[in-house]
Design a protein around this ligand. Structure first.
Ligand SMILES: Cc1cc2nc3c(=O)[nH]c(=O)nc-3n(C[C@H](O)[C@H](O)[C@H](O)COP(=O)(O)OP(=O)(O)OC[C@H]3O[C@@H](n4cnc5c(N)ncnc54)[C@H](O)[C@@H]3O)c2cc1C
Length: 480
């Protein structure tokens, strides 16, 4: 019997730049395995939109493996039992995987490793989810970074990022016999398979959740987005950002592949100044992982102690209106509807809607983080946690609480012609540009002439921003 290794696929749903896959191929035959075990992921098992993505990503991975004479073996948890069973059937003596940093997964992985070790099955774990080692990058006085810019300078100046030419996909030797596999459909990752309505239409129209789709997006980003990235990245009405986040989250692309492609483009074209603001965002992703690694309770616990007594409001109706894009603030509603329809929202608008939820509505940031978790195709525990706490003013390096985004001036600045609002809030599309950002400032007669009746065809504002701002600042005074 040939020596066989299992490659335990979780994220890293690709063949290129996959250190565990390369290691397995070097040791003999390779059995790629995916185990669906959501109850092992604590409260952060993939949400609805991420499950939709995962279904298609697994089908794609299986197809790409089959092109190479291999295939994806799909099982359900408990993970340790599933891996042990596949190892026994194939005679595999090793299980290898790429490390995950999310705290519930890191704990689960350690348990699986212990069980496999006890069974005499060799395990090896490789790095590929992030580019830095959170233990090795520390401040001059020791300990983790809390502020982004010094972190960025440190990893950049001291070359602390693990970057280099991506690993080629290896040739894959098949085991003597393939073990049984569950059909991907049986995991019920699609809404209709769980008896829900098929809400995935907008996702299907927006995304290609495959390895090829990821590379097409990366090519497109390098050719058409990066040149103007610094200028257009804050414009939700334009395609000013790369939209690589779901591909990075699910691992169709490693951060190293993205880094290498962009750095090579900068070297070849001399456009280092244009590449740098983008690479800075890739390192922002690193920073959120750094923070999650050192503060593993932050997905549920507020980082700054004083905010634990903040008088968050309890208002189910306001939360429901925010989720459905019915707040009466067009930029907020456009963002929330973009999220619901496409599984993604522009970063600037994510900040505006998060500020609105936590400061104008004074609802706990966790409600927002949970909704994003369920609806984003790029829902990522590190990025989502860091950014929600940042916007709410209670995280590390956070935007101060008293900086409260004005949804109208933000809208005027970042969506000046209202194209973004018109796209996602079509009932306002006939309003002239000057009336789009704050329709309630227009007379009822003028609005009616343009086909809009506030409180009927479009909601009146859920709060008065100026008053809500004063209330939020007063609440902040209580805990500051
Ligand atoms: C409240 C809130 C919640 C968020 N939740 C998530 C989340 O769950 N998953 C997620 O991937 N991003 C999250 N972000 C960060 C950011 O909005 C997205 O990464 C970005 O919009 C993705 O679009 P893009 O790929 O076009 O980004 P680009 O601007 O093209 O950036 C390239 C990559 O850099 C990284 N990046 C960019 N901005 C950030 C940032 N602020 N923080 C961390 N990494 C960043 C992402 O990996 C992104 O794909 C959140 C931001 C906010 C304000």
């Amino acid at each position: 019997m040939k020596h066989a290794s299992l490659v335990w696929y979780r994220h890293s749903l690709r063949l290129r730049d996959h250190p565990a896959l390369v290691d397995a191929a070097e040791h003999g035959s390779v059995v790629p395995v995916f185990v669906w075990a959501p109850d092992e992921e604590g409260p952060w098992s993939p949400g609805g939109a991420a499950q939709w993505w995962l279904h298609h990503a697994l089908q794609d991975l299986d197809a790409r493996l089959r092109e190479r004479g291999s295939r994806l073996i799909v099982r359900t948890g408990p993970t340790a039992e599933a891996l042990r069973d596949v190892a026994e059937t194939t005679g595999a003596t090793r299980v290898v995987w790429n490390r995950r940093y999310e705290p519930p997964l890191a704990r689960r992985d350690a348990e699986v490793q212990k069980i496999l070790d006890e069974q005499g099955i060799e395990t090896r774990v490789f790095e590929s989810q992030i580019l830095h080692d959170p233990e090795a990058v520390e401040t001059t006085s020791g300990g983790p970074y809390h502020v982004y810019t010094p972190f960025w300078k440190k990893v950049r100046k001291e070359n602390l990022l693990r970057t280099g030419p991506p690993l080629d996909p290896p040739a894959l030797d098949a085991p003597d016999a393939w073990p049984a596999s569950d059909p991907i459909d049986a995991l019920n990752l699609l809404p209709e398979s769980r008896g829900e309505s098929d809400w995935g239409g907008g996702l299907r129209d927006t995304w290609t959740p495959t390895i090829e789709g990821a590379h097409e997006r990366l090519d497109h980003a390098v050719e058409h987005v990066l040149g103007d990235y610094e200028i257009t990245r804050d414009r939700p009405d334009q395609e000013g950002t790369t939209r690589l986040s779901p591909y990075l989250h699910h691992g169709h692309l490693s951060p190293n592949q993205v880094w290498h492609r962009v750095a090579t483009w900068a070297d070849d074209t001399g456009r280092h100044d244009e590449a740098e603001p983008f690479l800075r965002e890739i390192v922002f992703r690193e920073f959120s992982y750094h923070w999650l690694y050192h503060y593993p309770d932050t997905p549920t616990e507020t980082y700054r102690d004083k905010f634990r007594d903040f008088p968050w409001r309890d208002d189910a109706e306001a939360l429901a209106r925010w989720k459905r894009g019915q707040t009466g603030y067009p930029i907020v509603d456009a963002g929330m509807r973009q999220l619901y329809e496409t599984g993604w929202m522009h970063n600037r608008v994510r900040m505006i809607v998060a500020s609105f939820l936590t400061k104008d509505l004074m609802l706990h940031w966790r409600h927002g983080a949970e909704w994003f978790w369920d609806t984003l195709v790029d829902a990522d525990l590190a990025d989502n946690t860091f950014n929600w706490q940042w916007t709410a003013g209670c995280g590390a390096d956070a935007q101060p609480f008293f900086r409260i985004f004005n949804p109208v001036s933000q809208s005027e600045r970042h969506d000046p012609n209202g194209d973004y609002i018109r796209r996602y809030v079509p009932e306002l599309s006939d309003l002239p540009d000057d009336a789009l950002h704050a329709p309630w400032e227009e007379s009822d007669a003028r609005l009616r002439a343009l086909g809009v009746t506030l409180g009927d065809t479009y909601p009146r504002p859920i709060v008065d921003h100026a008053e809500a701002r004063e209330d939020a600042l007063a609440a902040y005074e209580q805990v500051k």
